[in-house]
Design a protein around this ligand. Structure first.
Ligand code: GLN
Ligand code: ZN
Length: 769
């Protein structure tokens, strides 16, 4: 590496940091506030303390600029909605009465006002609240949160860079508000929105911000000429302002492509690009475009989405090339570190030999600082770090964990026949109708029932050795008895065992398969106060023994109604884990699918006639660029068929998806060759039913009629109305009645009432047929 002394000292930064705190203090404070146990002042103080701790750590680690405004009590897109004053009509009174409670009302809904829709943030497992806009939207700047956090960081004597969701991405992520025609394009509001951003920028400058970061990840997706023109207009206008800080437009999650020259010719001072595998192409594109003369380039060379240590030498080579292409090159993680856990150093349960392959947010911050140092001072300045890094990478490449010959041989022997059910769907549907004898509009749930404090306590007791395996099993069986009894009494048609034994739908399986590592503290925000601990898929995958059969068989022994077996599909196992980056994803998916295939066979042999394989992540993992999608969908759907393809024709295979829009993957859903699919639909007013119908989807489907993301109980009439809407798209012979998703985050009282109303709605609508 030849760092030239002419280059200004490279700076190290990150775009955002995990919000939760080392012990998920934020979750506890926010949930405590909701329950009335924590006051507003205490909540604010906890949040401020967490921000201070984060900035202190980042500065101590050697970051030159800390991000502000990326923190959120719930979601930063919701915060942006507040910042631009786009509060939906139905929440305006609540927000005016109390901004904090109003904000939570928008996120979670109240008995009177539905929450904002929630969906995946690009192809991550983070969920944001979708802005609702219409021709009547009036924006107004409300920079209080941004100004407050900037002031806090500056009070600590730090160079702080406020981070905002950029105006183009904000509008591209928005949806027409309820009642606004579906073809309304929120981007038409750009001219109305820009003055609000101008105001916020002026206020931030006045408050001492030298730089402001505007996040525009939407520009790494395929964009129309009109959208690119709007982008250019936006940044010409913001760049042309005189009273503003310097502007850094940050892009991540992929290659910027045709938006790169567009942004490069606007008068913004800096551009941040993703130079990890996901952003492959940015380097060549940048060189082809003649670089960014006169601008600051922030190079995202440390992958912000996975947990593997950086290949420092490779990153240094990239940075070295970039030095010639911009005025100033700074080093960053490729995206906000929100998507990785906080600190690998606290994972005492992981073998130290493996631990050195891993880097979480804190370690990644260190990598960014190390690389910036080498970029300024030369590779010789980090010789020790480079040697340790080389050794860690070599130990991973040569480990028996990453190569199991038996798994490799089985995966290599898969034939086309192994990935297809021999009978066509129509034939299977008839066999299943005869076997299951369900009523029209059959009712079911998605799998989990409330994960009560008692259940979590039982698991904690087992881990701590306070109870033995026998006692734990009995507690789980008692819960299954209760769940089955409730469902029989409520009159549901296809029952579930309730998943009481599962801490999490991915982790539960990961703990029983080889190749996965578990973390103790590796929490990552999924939405609001919901955090998950993604397992680390580090090696070859196999199934030492049955994983779910005894619970499902026990539940089935308690009832004459069919009990659904419940598994997590291969794509979701990958999507909600940190996956290995040393082989194609499709190869990893096949290994998981083969393990599930054995589980499916064991369930069927144990008398299970309905088996659900959840793939809620199928859509979220869809590549952001259309050109990359066919290859992904080919391996993803094949993995599902590999997992489910060996069952008898009268065994009904279900799948389930949620948290996303499905319009663009209906063909892929069809290609799964499942018999029944349940989908999230309640918040989007059964939109998905129409999308399935428009495609001519021939199978059975249950668009959700009960939004389980909020404690609100849907009335019978409300569920019935949604069902009638569903019937306008899907005929009664193929329509199922179910909630949007599992009930694990809900309490028993609301679950009972909601499911009773759901069954009552099904009966009402059956009576109308
Ligand atoms: N079967 C799972 C459950 O009910 C599905 C969860 C999900 O799709 N996210 O909890
Ligand atoms: Zn779901």
């Amino acid at each position: 590496m030849t760092a030239t002394s002419a280059a200004a000292a490279a700076r190290a930064t990150v775009y955002g940091y995990p919000r939760q705190g080392p012990d998920r203090e934020l979750k506890k404070a926010v949930e405590g506030y909701w329950k009335g146990r924590v006051g507003a002042g205490a909540l604010r103080e906890t949040a401020a303390g967490l921000r201070r701790d984060t900035w202190r750590q980042l500065a101590d680690a050697g970051l030159d600029e800390v991000p502000t405004g990326d923190f959120s009590l719930y979601d930063h897109v919701l915060d942006t909605t507040v910042m631009v004053g786009a509060i939906p009509e139905r929440h305006r009174a609540a927000v005016a009465a109390d901004p904090l409670d109003g904000c939570f009302a928008m996120a979670r809904g109240t008995q009177d006002a539905a929450p904002l829709e929630m969906t995946k943030w690009f192809d991550t497992n983070y969920h944001y609240l979708v802005p609702e806009l219409g021709p009547g939207t009036v924006f107004a700047a409300d920079p209080a949160k941004q100004l407050g956090e900037l002031a806090e960081a500056r009070a600590m004597g730090l160079a702080a860079r406020p981070v905002l969701v950029g105006p183009v991405t904000y509008l591209l992520l928005a949806k027409p508000a309820p009642g606004v025609p579906a073809d309304f394009d929120p981007l038409t509001l750009l001219d109305r929105l820009l003055p609000v951003y101008a105001q916020v920028l002026a206020d931030l400058r006045a408050a001492g911000a030298r730089w402001v970061q505007l996040d525009e990840p939407a520009l790494v997706q395929d964009r129309t000429a009109g959208e690119l023109a709007a982008t250019e207009r936006a940044y010409r206008e913001l760049g042309g302002l005189t009273d503003r800080p310097e502007l850094l437009v940050a892009t991540y999650f992929g290659r910027l492509g045709e938006a790169l020259p567009v942004l490069a010719r606007t008068p913004v001072e800096g551009l941040a690009l993703d130079f990890t595998e996901a952003g492959a192409g940015n380097l060549a594109d940048l060189a082809a475009a003649g670089g960014l003369p006169g601008k600051r380039l922030v190079a995202g060379v440390v992958d912000g989405r996975n947990i593997w240590v950086n290949d420092l030498e490779k990153s240094l080579a990239t940075l070295g090339t970039l030095l010639g292409l911009a005025d100033r090159v700074d080093v960053a993680a490729s995206c906000s570190l929100l998507h990785v856990p906080l600190d690998a150093a606290v994972e005492h349960g992981i073998d130290p030999q493996i631990l050195r392959w891993l880097a979480f947010a804190r370690q990644k911050t260190g990598e960014v600082v190390t690389l910036a140092h080498a970029l300024s001072a030369g590779a010789g300045a980090i010789a020790g770090e480079l040697a340790a890094n080389r050794a860690a990478l070599a130990s991973r490449a040569g480990s028996p964990i990453t190569f199991d010959p038996a798994v490799r041989a089985r995966a290599a022997a898969i034939t086309a026949a192994g990935t297809h059910r021999p009978q066509p769907y129509a034939e299977r549907a008839a066999a299943q109708r005869a076997q299951l004898a369900l009523p029209l509009l059959p009712t079911t749930t998605i799998g989990s029932f409330p994960q009560t404090g008692d259940l979590r306590a039982a698991r904690a007791d087992l881990r701590a050795g306070r109870i033995g395996a026998g006692e734990y099993e009995e507690r789980i069986r008692a819960e299954i008895r209760e769940v089955i009894a409730f469902q029989e009494k409520a009159g549901l048609d296809v029952l579930v065992h309730g998943e009481p034994e599962r801490n999490d739908m991915v982790q539960y399986f990961a703990e029983q398969l080889t190749g996965f590592l578990a973390t103790r503290h590796g929490w990552v925000q999924s939405y609001g106060t919901r955090y998950v601990r993604p397992p680390i898929l580090a090696g070859d995958v196999s199934r030492p023994g049955p994983m779910t059969v005894r619970w499902t068989a026990y539940a089935q022994s308690l009832t004459r109604r069919p009990v659904k077996g419940m598994l997590t599909g291969p794509v979701t196992m990958l999507a909600w884990s940190f996956v290995r980056d040393d082989q194609p994803l499709g190869d990893t998916a096949r290994q998981v699918a083969l393990a599930l295939r054995d589980e499916v066979a064991d369930l069927e042999a144990a008398g299970t006639s309905v088996i659900q394989v959840d793939e809620p992540a199928l859509r979220e993992t869809l590549p952001l660029r259309a050109a990359d999608r066919p290859a992904y969908l080919a391996w993803a759907t094949e993995a599902f068929r590999l997992a489910t393809g060996r069952v008898r024709p009268d065994t009904q295979v279900h799948t389930h998806m949620c948290y996303a829009e499905f319009g663009d993957i209906v063909q892929a859903i069809d290609d799964l060759d499942a018999d029944v699919i349940s989908l999230e639909a309640a918040r989007s007013h059964m939109q998905v039913a129409h999308e399935l119908a428009a495609h001519g989807y021939p199978r059975e489907a249950g668009p959700g009629v009960y939004d389980i993301h909020s404690p609100r109980v849907p009335s019978r009439d409300e569920a019935a109305a949604l069902l009638r809407t569903g019937l306008t798209a899907i005929p009664a012979e193929r329509l199922w009645v179910n909630p949007d998703c599992g009930l694990k985050t809900r309490g028993w009282p609301e679950t009972r009432s909601s499911l009773e109303n759901l069954v009552a709605a099904a009966r009402t609508v059956r009576g109308e047929l």
